[in-house]
Each structure stands twice: as structure tokens, then as C-alpha cells.
Write a protein that binds this ligand. Structure first.
Ligand code: B12
Length: 296
């Protein structure tokens, strides 16, 4: 049993130690120390490529293995948990993902391409994330706006959507959009009125086409961001999307960014895809089967 006197002597000893370190009995710093905020950037490549495993038997082999993949290997452990630096890098990368999910598109980009904005039935980002079904339907206001502003029955309707990363649109639209526009013009194809949809999902292709009635509909949409990678965009497309069309009726050109599928090349590839769809009057699995049949 510890006595009152012993408790007081422990407290006295702790207070004496704090005073020695420059902190008074109420926890207030007596001599304000200088805080150095000039911390190293732990997201820099030197921290990412370094091995955090202790006592590696064959460091060269581990280094070579680490160079083969961006996956988080060689990060070591401190008991059951991650070591500090890999943990901090993970949190920093996760922050990039969160930022991408919640980022709003830069309005000047929409102006640059004359994209007017409409919204799906998701009323905010939280609802969009929890209810994918709402991201596949135009709001009543959006439907009315598209009725008023869009030309009907174009050969190709292209529209842009934030999807899961508005950052992806900001990174790639300036490169890919003109290539698609020029490619379609050169092929003599009539392009619909382009626009921007906030909170869109891939399946929105169907609802959009119930208004514009295009032969091919393409959405340039932000992909689900990976850890630390938010700039990848996809082009999902389908031939005459109907209310009951599924992903089996669609095609995708994915991973579009400088470092993945180059956006300029992706634009040309999308145009080629569209031509194939128009030629076979099909997309998705049907298109593949028809092309296979033709090549027999
Ligand atoms: C999430 C995801 C899935 C999820 C989708 C679930 C969901 N509700 O989100 C699941 C696990 C079901 C999935 C399945 C498949 N997927 Co997937 N998927 C992805 C991933 C990681 C992200 C997609 C994304 O961000 N979409 C954008 C958001 C906004 O769309 P969304 O409306 O929320 O979700 C729709 C799309 O994701 C779509 N979708 C997902 N995968 C695929 C694949 C194809 C070919 C199509 C047309 C549509 C499609 O399905 C969702 C519902 O409509 C991508 C990787 C990438 N780099 O993009 C691969 C990716 C798109 N998938 C791919 C593939 C191959 C498939 C499968 C065909 C695998 C298989 N053999 O079964 C199936 C097809 C399923 C389908 N929908 O018909 C490939 C496509 C390659 C290509 N160029 O054709 C990718 C690029 C991965 C890769 N690098 O290989 N996928």
C-alpha cells in the first residue's frame, strides 16, 4: 500500500525533474524552445525507395526486388506495427486520395472547354460515395438543361465527369479533349454538345443517352484514386447505351495520365474505338465477338 507521503515525494521528484527541463509545475514551458519546422519531406523519392528492414541478409536482392514494383515492400516492422517513416508516407499518400475524392473541379478548366455543368441525383459528395445508384441518374434540373442545350442524335456524345477524382480531369482534359475533338472532326463524325457532370458514375452513360440519343456515348471520368495517385482518368464508352445497358456493353480505356496511358495517345485510341463501334454497330463483349468472327 502506497502512503500519502510517498505519493507526495513522487510528485515532488517529478516536479523537480520538469523544472530541471524548463517546465513549471502546471505544465507550462518556462523557457520557450525554438521549434524547427524545417522538416524533411518524407514523401520524397529517397524515403520511398529506401529499405526499412533491419539486418537484411542480401540487401542487393531486396533493393532489386523493391525496384520491380511500386507496392510497399521492404518497409519493415517495429514489433507488430509499421516503422514510423513508412507509416507517415502511408498517411501522406492517403491524404492525397482523400483530397482527390473531395476535390471540386477547377471552374476555369470548364470555361476553357465551354463545358456547362449539371449534376446527378447525388446532392453532395458524401451521398455520392454512399449511393452509387444516384450517380447513375441525372437530376431533374440536369435532364432539363441537357434537353435545352444539347444537340440531339449526334454521332458521338462526349461528356466529362469528376467521378472519383476531379484531379484526374484537371491533369488530363487539356491534352485528351482536343485530340478527341480533332479526331472525330477528321473522321467526319458529328460531335454532340459537350458538358460536365458533377458526381457522375459510369452507368450514367445510359441516362445521358436517353436525352441526347447519340450513336456512341463517351464519358471522360476520374478513376478511383490509388494511394498517392489521383491523376488517372478513364474513358468509358458504349454504342447506343439503353436504360438496361451494363458494363458488358461498354468498353474502357483506363489509367490515362502522363506515366500511364499517355493522354494524347489515349485520345487517338478512343477515336479508333469509336470508329470500330460505329463500323460494327456494337460495343463491349458484342464488339469483341464480332471482331473475332470477322478475323476468323
Ligand atoms: C473498382 C473496379 C472494379 C470493381 C467495380 C465495382 C464498383 N462498383 O466500383 C469490380 C471489382 C467489380 C471490377 C470488376 C471488373 N473489372 Co475493374 N476496375 C476497377 C478499378 C480499380 C477502378 C474503376 C474506377 O475507378 N471506375 C470509375 C468510377 C467512377 O466508376 P463507377 O461508376 O464507380 O464504377 C463502375 C466502373 O468501375 C465499372 N468497371 C469496373 N471495371 C470495369 C471493367 C470494364 C471492362 C468495364 C466496361 C467497366 C468496369 O464498374 C463499375 C459499375 O458500373 C479499375 C482500375 C482503373 N485503373 O480504373 C479496374 C478496371 C477498370 N477493371 C478491369 C477489369 C478487366 C474488370 C473485370 C472485367 C475483371 C474480370 N475479369 O472480371 C470486371 C468487370 C466488371 C464489370 N463491371 O463488368 C480493368 C479494365 C481493363 C480494360 N482496359 O478493359 C481495369 C482497368 C483494371 C486493370 N488494370 O486491369 N472492377
Amino acid at each position: 500500500m502506497i502512503t500519502q507521503q510517498q505519493i507526495e515525494s513522487i510528485i515532488d521528484a517529478v516536479v523537480a525533474e520538469l523544472k530541471r527541463q524548463g517546465i513549471d509545475g502546471r505544465g507550462v514551458q518556462l523557457n520557450t524552445p525554438t521549434i524547427n519546422l524545417d522538416l524533411p519531406d518524407i514523401t520524397a523519392s529517397e524515403y520511398r525507395t529506401r529499405s526499412y528492414v533491419e539486418n537484411v541478409r542480401k540487401p542487393d536482392v531486396l533493393r532489386a526486388l523493391m525496384q520491380t514494383t511500386p507496392a510497399r515492400i521492404g518497409i519493415g516492422h517495429a514489433g507488430p506495427r509499421y516503422r514510423n517513416i513508412p507509416q507517415f508516407i502511408f498517411w501522406a499518400d492517403h491524404a492525397v486520395t482523400q483530397d482527390a475524392l473531395f476535390k471540386e473541379i477547377d471552374p476555369t478548366l470548364l470555361q476553357q472547354f465551354n463545358l456547362f455543368e449539371v449534376q446527378t441525383q447525388a446532392s453532395n459528395r458524401q451521398e455520392y460515395l454512399l449511393r452509387p445508384d444516384l450517380g447513375r441518374k441525372l437530376s431533374d434540373a440536369a435532364r432539363k438543361t441537357l434537353q435545352e442545350k444539347c444537340i440531339k442524335q449526334p454521332d458521338v456524345q462526349v461528356y466529362v465527369s469528376d467521378g472519383l477524382s476531379a484531379a484526374a480531369i484537371e491533369h488530363n482534359l487539356r491534352d485528351i479533349f482536343p485530340v478527341i475533338q480533332q479526331g472525330l472532326a477528321q473522321a467526319g463524325l458529328k460531335m454532340g454538345t459537350p458538358f460536365y457532370v458533377k458526381y457522375g458514375r459510369v452507368g450514367l452513360l445510359n441516362d445521358v443517352n436517353s436525352v441526347v440519343d447519340a450513336k456512341v456515348v463517351v464519358t471522360l471520368i476520374g478513376e478511383r484514386p490509388g494511394l498517392g495517385r489521383a491523376e488517372a482518368m478513364s474513358a468509358y464508352m458504349g454504342y447506343k447505351p439503353q436504360p438496361d445497358s451494363t458494363d458488358a456493353d461498354r468498353d474502357v480505356v483506363c489509367n490515362i495520365f502522363n506515366g500511364g496511358t499517355n493522354p494524347l495517345e489515349a485520345g487517338a485510341y478512343v477515336v479508333e474505338y469509336i470508329k470500330r463501334m460505329l463500323k460494327h454497330q456494337a460495343s463491349g463483349i458484342k464488339l469483341k465477338l464480332m471482331e473475332q468472327e470477322q478475323n476468323k
